[in-house]
Design a protein around this ligand. Structure first.
Ligand code: TQI
Ligand code: CA
Ligand code: ZN
Ligand code: ZN
Length: 263
């Protein structure tokens, strides 16, 4: 099963403001239906058998935003619910996907099938290689580039409709997407070629976005920790000073374990 959610709340470089996907109308007073709709959208109950009370679901949301966990609607909670936000749910078993899909092998292959013309191929190859290293540095995972035949993670730059039913949207908004581990499209990462991809620039940094997407390719969802690579808001750090946050490590270790000390 594939999990792919299209987010849009990437807050890109200050100067470019893109609309966020979900902007609730302002509410005059507490409207239970709207609260429920908000929770349904962003805090979906993971399994059908399990049903959570409204109170428990409000607690989830308060936990996510580091609010005081009361399970009751209060001003603080309502304030957050009224804010424009990304259309992607905030949970899915913390920072993995529902059902914890993961690769059952530690040796994975990747193939770059279509390049952008924004950067020389060598720079693209290098950014992709370094983005995989972010994850192989801390886990037993090894990534091998292949040129022919099938690969676990197929990487492509593409515009608009590109054959998977999740068309890109032109410049801005969605920058890239990736599929959770699995057969076929599983693990694949696509980059919107209508973006201006860059090496060091603040614009859209290929290394950072690729490292984030590969997190998804390996089974990580979004994190609520602002320093995390998997936090669903784009913030630029110079690739040379990039460091994986403790939260990202905890997430990836949960799926694959730590890198053994002698390798
Ligand atoms: N693309 C979304 C993202 O990768 C697509 C998406 C949302 C997604 N939820 C998902 C993909 C769950 C797989 C699984 O988050 S994006 C950022 C960040 C995007 C956003 O273009 O919005 C980055 C791509 F974190 F900055 F907001 C890369 Cl780094
Ligand atoms: Ca786009
Ligand atoms: Zn795609
Ligand atoms: Zn993401």
């Amino acid at each position: 099963m594939q999990y792919l959610l299209l987010c849009a709340a990437i807050l890109l470089p200050e100067s470019l403001a893109f609309p966020v996907q979900f902007k609730p109308e302002s509410w005059s007073n507490t409207d239970l239906e709207k609260v429920k709709a908000y929770l349904d959208k962003f805090y979906p109950v993971p399994t059908k058998e399990k049903s959570l009370s409204l109170e428990e679901r409000i607690k989830e949301m308060q936990k996510f935003f580091h609010l005081t966990v009361t399970g009751k609607l209060n001003a603080e909670t309502e304030e957050i619910m009224k804010q424009p936000r990304c259309g992607v749910p905030d949970i899915g078993e913390y920072n993995t996907f529902p059902g914890n899909p993961r690769w059952k092998r530690t040796h994975l292959t990747y193939k770059i099938v279509k390049y952008t013309t924004d950067l020389p191929q060598k720079k693209v190859d290098d950014a992709i290689r370094r983005a995989f290293m972010v994850w192989s540095d801390v886990t037993p995972l090894q990534f091998q580039r292949v040129f022919n035949g099938p690969a676990d993670i197929v990487i492509a730059f593409a515009r608009r409709e590109h054959g998977d039913g999740y068309p890109f949207d032109g410049r801005g908004n969605t920058l890239a997407h990736a599929f959770a581990p699995g057969e076929g499209l599983g693990g694949d990462a696509h980059f919107d070629d209508d973006e201006r991809w860059s090496e060091f620039n603040k614009e859209v940094n290929l290394f950072l976005v690729a490292a984030h997407e590969f997190g998804h390719s390996l089974g990580l969802g979004h994190s609520n920790v602002p320093e995390a690579l998997m936090y669903p808001v784009y913030s630029y750090v110079h690739p040379a000073t990039f460091r994986l946050s403790a939260d990202d490590k905890r997430g990836i270790w949960k799926l694959y374990g730590r890198k053994s000390s002698n390798s």
